[in-house]
Design a protein around this ligand. Structure first.
Ligand SMILES: Cc1ncc(COP(=O)(O)O)c(C=O)c1O
Length: 312
């Protein structure tokens, strides 16, 4: 059975894309418009900036490769390359990682929301956050809860970890589990990158709550390639949580190499991968005994192509 939920108040178009579209139309009409919508990089002539290396690599893909069906879980070479890109400096995490191709980093976030939260439950993220988290959550009848990213009247030089602690406690009390989404480094929209201290303290807070229940941390690393430290600060702090919390990373090729193809990568000592689907929209089927309840009809009835990792 297919159930469709229609939300009349949900915009059909991403607001930034909608504004960009309007700006383009009005510019074509001859109006004097300064298009300040951010979303794509343009060159000095206002044309889409394309990395020559990315363009060359795409054009070098052999016809029989791009025309054929991709393996359902994603191309193994691609999956290994992304694990290397993220985890080469963290061998213990690399050894326990499972990777799954998804439609963009957005797809990775989407799968985490629908796999590890039940309908009605909320993910927890910073008070400033990338708007599509809310759209993705809403599409799956999940919600977004936030913790104040910076303490009021502070100089915004550190994350408000007391707020994280408090809201994480609320999530655990209300849901018996928590899914925390942290976009770092080069956080969208603030540009903030968490310091070693931020990460170390955040990991301590998360570890404490993980002793009481099931906690998943999604590191949305969309802009890792834009910061000298990449994901290393985050991973060094999170590594001690291996086996205690579910560690997930959303990697975006759009930002890393200029190609729109991404992956959800998870690291856990008890991780067993059962994934299908490469770049097709899909529903999520999880039989995890930990974060996902097997009683969910959505999960049991899931027959469409799937992209997720299953943890047992
Ligand atoms: C914070 C954040 N996460 C994830 C993504 C998703 O990236 P992708 O284009 O690979 O779906 C973006 C893209 O704008 C983003 O800003």
């Amino acid at each position: 059975m297919l159930t469709t939920f229609i939300k009349k108040d949900r915009p059909g178009e991403d607001p930034i894309f909608a504004l960009n579209q309007e700006a383009s139309v009005r510019m074509k009409r001859g109006e004097s418009i300064l298009n300040a919508t951010i979303g794509v990089l343009l060159d000095d002539d206002g044309k889409l900036a394309i990395l020559p290396t990315a363009a060359r690599i795409v054009s070098e893909v052999k016809e029989e490769e791009w025309a054929a069906y991709a393996p359902i879980a994603g191309n193994p070479d691609f999956l290994e390359a992304v694990k290397d890109d993220l985890l080469a400096t963290h061998p213990a995490m690399r050894a326990s990682a499972a990777a799954v191709a998804t439609p963009g980093g957005t797809g990775a976030v989407r799968h985490v929301i629908s796999t590890f939260l039940e309908p009605g439950q909320a993910l927890l993220t910073t008070s400033f956050y990338w708007g599509p988290y809310a759209i993705l959550a809403d599409e799956h009848q999940r919600r977004v809860e936030t913790f104040e990213m910076f303490a009021p009247n502070s100089d915004m030089s550190q994350i408000h970890l007391a707020a994280l602690d408090r809201k994480l406690g609320d999530s655990m009390a209300a849901q018996g589990r928590a899914v925390i989404v942290i976009n770092d480094p080069c956080h969208n929209p603030t540009g903030y990158s968490m310091s070693e201290r931020d990460w170390r303290t955040a990991a301590e807070v998360i570890g404490r709550h993980a002793e009481r229940g099931l906690v998943a941390v999604l590191l949305d690393a969309a802009y890792a390639a834009y910061a000298p430290q990449g994901v290393s600060t985050a991973l060094s702090a999170l590594e001690p949580l291996l086996g205690r919390a579910l560690l997930l990373i959303a990697w975006s090729a759009a930002a890393a190499v200029g190609c729109r193809r991404s992956l959800a990568c998870s690291t856990t000592r008890r991780c067993r991968l059962r994934s299908r689907a490469n770049v097709r929209p899909s529903c999520v089927c999880s039989e995890s005994a930990s974060l996902s309840s097997t009683s969910s009809p959505e999960r049991r009835a899931c027959v469409t192509p799937v992209t997720t990792a299953v943890f047992s």
